[in-house]
Design a protein around this ligand. Structure first.
Ligand SMILES: [Zn+2]
Length: 409
């Protein structure tokens, strides 16, 4: 750390110490249970104990949780931090330039933290700037959420959103793309197996061959990175699953036999349901052909999602926050409420946004649960989210590594 970084850390960084939340109802997100009347002690960023009548070190911040509910900090696995969620995020990004886009990304991450999203996986940024945003928080330059950056989206010529892409054709270039993005500091690989709704390309056909997809997946796995793929429509999703890709992003139009295969392999579905509904209702705000494509996706999506729930496919939460016309970051409440409205129970929806999402990041032993030894990332809300997921809008406190996040107090 250099001198200016150290100075900024003193001003904006984590204030080490202890936190005691007294007598709160804690959500056991893995079991779907509520444990009433517990105290939660966090020391130097880590949950030290969860139990009755804990005593706090003298300097601890003591917060009453009486009548309130505590759950682990929320995790959104599909965000575009540099995008603002306005009608034309790509145009805004182009006008802003890269440096400002990165600053906007950091601001969007902080705004997300204030609404209880303590960990974000960025799935597409120009010049891999999400890597730099993540580093600014990790190094203590700014106080913010944990950002898990995937860098640019690996895609072929004629692919989906090349403005935030790494264009690679053929097995050799695809392998080079994985190595380059890893070298830049990404913690995983994002690729696109098909076209998308927001863009001029067709959504249907796979844009990569099976050999290209498999080369990306194999090379990433060899380097101990997981692969997320943007995939819509039966053909591209089937090939992606067979190629061994770890998470299917969006996934609308997955046939039942492919859902069964996902369950067998442990391939995770990250549905991003709310964003396509929003795009499908954006007549006059985004180009008509994009609206038409989004309507088709939204119609496929519900069947896929309910099929995945019925088949027991692992599901984790991602929102596509920052996408056109989706509104300011974060978008987690919209997604959770959409999942529940379509038929998922509140307990499963919250597991998707906490412990299931932590597993996707390979952080299932450090985040996504309120347990001794886990990071002290927590949200305190008024109302039981297992009874009404919209209770997550009633935030009383957010803690990042046991530090009280400003904004509600
Ligand atoms: Zn996306």
């Amino acid at each position: 750390m250099n001198e200016s970084e150290a100075a900024c850390k003193r001003t904006f960084g984590k204030r080490d110490g202890a936190l005691l939340v007294k007598s709160v109802s804690a959500l056991d997100v893995a079991k779907g249970d509520v444990v009433g009347g517990v105290d939660i002690l966090v020391v130097d960023g880590t949950i030290e104990a969860v139990g009755a009548n804990l005593s706090a070190p003298r300097e601890a911040l003591v917060v009453s949780g009486a009548g309130l509910f505590a759950l682990p900090g929320l995790i959104d696995l599909h965000v575009h931090l540099v995008w603002d969620g306005g009608p034309s995020p790509l145009e805004t990004m182009r006008k802003d330039g890269l440096a400002y886009a990165a600053m906007r990304g950091a601001a969007n991450a902080v705004a997300s933290l204030r609404r209880g999203v303590t960990t974000l996986r960025d799935v597409g940024s120009p010049d891999d700037v999400a890597v730099d945003i993540a580093r600014a928080f990790d190094s203590g330059l700014f106080f913010g959420p944990t950002v898990f950056p995937l860098g640019r989206i690996v895609q072929p010529t004629g692919g989906h959103v090349p403005e935030i892409g790494y264009v690679a054709n053929g097995v050799g270039e695809a392998i080079k793309a994985v190595r380059s993005i890893k070298e830049r500091g990404a913690k995983g690989i994002k690729m696109a197996s098909t076209g998308g709704a927001y863009g001029p390309e067709e959504i249907g056909p796979a844009v990569y061959t099976f050999e290209e997809m498999k080369a990306i997946a194999d090379e990433a796995h060899r380097l101990h990175l997981k692969v997320a793929t943007h995939a819509l429509g039966a053909e591209g999703i089937r090939l992606s699953v067979e190629a061994g890709i770890d998470t299917i992003e969006h996934g609308a139009g997955t046939p039942v036999e492919v859902l069964k295969e996902m369950k067998r392999r442990g391939t995770v579905l990250i549905p991003t349901l709310a964003v396509y509904r929003m795009l499908a209702e954006s007549e006059g705000m985004i180009p008509d052909e994009y609206v038409e494509k989004a309507k088709r996706v939204a119609a496929w999506h519900e069947e896929t999602f309910l099929g995945a729930v019925a088949e027991g496919v692992p599901i984790a939460l991602g929102t596509d926050a920052g996408s056109p016309n989706f509104g300011p970051h974060p978008s987690v409440n919209k997604e959770l409420e959409t999942m529940v409205r379509l038929g998922m129970d509140c307990e499963s929806a919250i597991a998707a946004a906490t412990c299931n999402a932590a597993s996707v990041l390979g952080m299932e032993r450090s985040i996504g649960k309120i347990e001794a030894g886990f990071v002290g990332d927590m949200v305190i809300v008024d109302g039981n989210p297992f009874e009404n997921v919209a209770s997550l809008r009633n935030i009383v406190h957010v803690f990042k590594r046991g530090v009280l996040v400003d904004g509600f107090n």
